[in-house]
Design a protein around this ligand. Structure first.
Ligand code: GTR
Length: 341
């Protein structure tokens, strides 16, 4: 990110406001025609996570970059904390153009954009580094581009670390401990299949319902990364967190085709570049947030079980990877992902 961009990010909203004002003054000075005010727009972006969450901060960073590059002509207004609804609703609204931009987890989008299921496959990535190399490189661009056939514009990926299983009733030390447990999953056929493959019973619920479901014993557990486990308060009910790291499904930032159509080709470049930079900015915050959230869990007395044998979990989900690899639509993609070193 350019020094200017970072400076602007640090200055936060204040800078954004003065930019907008600056643009208005410039418009008055140059005359309306020169600035083409009809093209100016505020884009509504949804993110179900709460305000301080790194993805929300990344969207704010993107807004600052877009404002900087367009002289305040375009702005992104971020609606966090499910203000625009749960993920399944906002995905649909983005597809029809009622929401302009959306930060979604690929696991939650797989039913609508099946190519994203590839990235959500359990135990596909060997490490975070492997994931970074894939999403930051040509394969990442290819997947973002493929979303167009699902009626969406893919802008960038954001970090989400690894997801692990946590439970209220009893600890999970070995795969057999999952037998008979009801685990909340994102509303996704792939995640349903994954939990079944692990020997538990999947319960698809919206993110906003998970804490209550854990507290009322509607479910015995759920699965997510440490930052979500803490920020959504799940740790208050689930006192055992087993570091299964069964999937590294990243976050994706999408735009509606309707909003995209409102942008000139130059502005599209600006949006793409700002999205990419916001993702780099987010990554620094993410790693810190992940460490702090794990620490918070331990300090809150959660029993973090990190010394487990992941092999049986990996073996149990192998048929899922094999089935997707056998699908001619995804075979080459999966093989190329696996070949990335
Ligand atoms: C989080 C992700 C959210 C949502 C959530 C969930 O890690 O950031 O977008 O998908 O998981 O489990 O519903």
């Amino acid at each position: 990110m350019s020094t200017g961009g970072m400076g602007l990010l640090r200055a936060g909203r204040r800078a954004g406001a003065s930019l907008a004002l600056g643009a208005a003054i410039a418009a008055a000075a140059l005359g309306a025609a020169a600035i083409a005010p009809a093209q100016a727009r505020e884009f509504r972006a949804a993110d179900i996570q709460e305000e301080t969450y790194p993805t929300v901060q990344a969207l704010r960073a993107m807004d600052q970059l877009v404002a900087e590059r367009t002289g305040g002509r375009h702005r992104i207004r971020v609606f966090h904390s499910r203000q625009l609804g749960e993920e399944s609703q906002t995905i649909e609204q983005t597809r029809v153009g009622a929401i302009d931009m959306n930060r979604i987890n690929v696991g939650a989008m797989g039913n609508m954009a099946p190519i994203l299921n590839v990235l959500a496959l359990p135990f596909l990535f060997r490490s975070v580094d492997h994931l970074y190399k894939v999403v930051d490189g040509p394969i990442g661009d290819e997947i973002l581009g493929a979303l167009e056939s699902d009626g969406l514009i893919g802008l960038t990926f954001y970090d989400s670390g690894a997801r692990s299983i946590y439970t209220t009733t009893r600890p999970v030390n070995v795969i057999d401990d999952l037998s008979g447990l009801r685990l909340r999953v994102q509303q996704s056929d792939l995640m349903d299949r994954m939990v079944k493959a692990l020997g538990a019973e999947p319960v698809g619920l919206a993110y906003g319902q998970v804490l209550t479901a854990l507290q009322t014993k509607l479910v015995d557990g759920a699965e997510n990364n440490f930052p979500s486990f803490i920020s959504a308060g799940h740790y208050k009910a689930a006192r055992y967190y087993t570091v299964t790291q069964h999937t590294m499904s990243p976050e994706v930032l999408i735009m509606s085709q309707r909003a995209w159509a409102d942008l000139s080709s130059e502005d599209r470049m600006i949006f793409r570049e700002a999205a990419r930079k916001s993702s780099q900015y987010m990554r620094e915050q993410w790693l810190d947030r992940e460490r702090r959230s794990e620490q918070q869990a331990i300090e809150a007395g959660v029993n973090v079980i990190s010394k487990i044998n992941r092999k049986p979990f990996e073996d149990a989900t192998k048929p899922m990877r094999d089935a997707m690899r056998a699908d001619p639509r995804y075979r080459s993609l999966i093989e190329r992902i696996e070949a990335v070193r």
